[in-house]
Design a protein around this ligand. Structure first.
Ligand code: DAH
Length: 355
């Protein structure tokens, strides 16, 4: 056996026994390095005759190929071994105490929707939902809104098609009609959800939230509406007494219609709800128009009732002292961390809504 063969076999043995990539790297230099086995052997070619040269060069090349193969095999098996070892030692122990722990927060809008749902469910309202993408029919026509009503204006409504047949709902009122068409009276529901209008400033965002209420039965009157809203506002603001007034107004889908204001005053730059001589509008309401009942396949000679629509974001701002509506929808973690609620703090009427 030539010296070259001997050295080669020694290095192959060394390679087989190598235990980590560091050792393999050293052997790599011994074989393929500038003064390694292969190069040293090539250097000897100069002193050989042309025939011998050919013969020996092809031997060295074969050896080089064989060694390269062995080398790559060893490297990949070592890599797998090292990964296996790491995986074995890096197991996550889920029973260990947490290191970097951040509590997710519930957005004030979600919290307020839960609060409102909890309040109304106490007096027998159930929750309904409707689609954000509505038809012109449910959003306007079925709600007795005349063809030329300003609310239908392109500047307010996001139409989704040029023929103006589909749109992003401008209010939650279409859920009234969908609910009545889907069932039989009596109806006692609330419908919270997203609504859309082309508007943006400190108190308006193109997407905002409303809550619709509807109570239809045989003898429902404006008195029930007043009692219901008075109960709701007191519960929501967690106050014993609240100053509230009904102001005559107009909506196409109610007759008579009213807007509800609550009393407030400003003290040390803070708004105090429920007392004082200033008035703040918080919702629209009224007795459901007979045309809306007809469009919803409810007989207006047998059934009647009230409806109301509340701006949810506005209530959240008032209750939790938030000044700019736009900040609700900026997804700023610092804001959410400050104004958000603990996930396990589910509002109930018994435990207190926000405490
Ligand atoms: N849909 C009205 C709006 O977006 C709010 C409203 C007013 C809803 C009176 C009602 C209602 O159900 O009776 O401005």
């Amino acid at each position: 056996m030539s010296d070259f063969e001997k050295l080669k076999n020694q290095l192959i043995n060394k390679l087989t026994e190598a235990k980590n990539s560091k050792e393999v790297d050293l052997i790599r230099t011994e074989i393929f390095g500038k003064n390694g086995l292969i190069n040293s052997e090539f250097k000897k070619l100069g002193s050989l005759s042309p025939d011998e040269k050919k013969n020996v060069a092809s031997k060295i090349n074969n050896a080089k190929q064989e060694l390269t193969k062995l080398f790559n095999k060893k490297l990949s098996s070592l890599e797998n071994f090292e990964i296996d070892e790491r995986v074995k030692n890096e197991k996550d122990d889920v029973t260990l105490p947490e290191k970097d722990f951040r509590i997710g927060k519930i957005h004030p809008v979600s919290q307020v929707i839960d609060e409102i749902s909890s309040i109304f469910s106490e007096i027998g309202f159930s929750v309904e939902e409707g689609p954000d993408i509505e038809t012109e029919y449910y959003n306007f026509t079925a709600l007795n809104t005349p063809e030329n009503h300003p609310a239908k204006d392109m500047h307010d409504t996001f139409y989704l098609e040029e023929n103006m047949k589909t749109l992003l709902r401008t209010h939650t009122s279409p859920v009234q009609v969908r609910t009545m068409l889907n069932g039989k009276p009596p109806f006692k529901i609330i419908a919270p959800g997203r609504t859309y209008r082309s508007d943006s400033d400190q108190t308006h965002t193109p997407m905002f939230h409303q809550l619709e209420g509807l109570h239809i039965d045989k003898n429902i009157t404006m008195g029930h509406l007043k009692g219901c809203l008075n109960y709701f506002i007191k519960e929501f603001f967690e106050l014993e007494k609240i100053k509230m007034r009904f102001r005559p107004s107009h909506f196409p889908f109610t007759e008579p219609s009213a807007e509800v204001d609550i009393g407030y005053r400003i003290e040390n730059n803070k708004i105090i709800i429920g007392e004082g001589d200033k008035w703040l509008e918080i919702l629209g309401c009224g007795m459901v128009h007979p045309n809306v009942l007809k469009n919803s396949k409810v007989d207006p000679n047998k059934f009647q009732g009230f409806a109301f629509g509340i701006g949810i974001d506005r209530l959240a701002m008032l209750k939790y002292g938030i000044n700019d509506l736009r900040s609700f929808f900026e997804s700023d973690y610092r804001w959410l961390n400050y104004y958000g609620f603990d996930p396990l703090d589910v509002p109930t009427n018994y435990r207190g809504l926000s405490k």
